[in-house]
Design a protein. Structure first.
Length: 107
């Protein structure tokens, strides 16, 4: 990932905190503008008991780059118009935050 253009054009930096089964992804905001109304200020993962801050559930999971692994950081922008998820996904459940955001990841 070429971070120079990404950090200039994509205002938020995040980390894939949990890469759960069936696209149950939890994104942790690392740096960026004030979007506290869009993220969970504090969320506890029911499976591990770990507490996360400033997290959200990935809403447009079909568009998320598959090569980003758990723990990796990336830059993104918020998509204001929700997108349709037109990919196949299994129905297994893994706890995620209630708040969800559609994002565009800098690749």
């Amino acid at each position: 990932m070429n971070e120079t253009p990404c950090s200039e054009e994509y205002p938020y930096k995040a980390k894939l905190a949990i890469k759960g089964i069936c696209f149950n992804y939890v994104i942790e905001l690392v740096d960026g503008g004030p979007i506290s109304d869009l993220v969970e200020n504090e969320w506890t993962d029911e499976m591990s008991g770990k507490v996360y801050n400033n997290v959200f559930r990935l809403s447009n999971y079909c568009d998320f780059p598959p090569d980003i692994e758990e723990g990796e950081e990336f830059y993104f922008d918020i998509i204001n118009v929700p997108t349709d998820n037109l990919c196949m996904v299994c129905m297994a459940y893994r706890p995620t935050p209630e708040k969800a955001i559609d994002i565009n990841v800098c690749e």
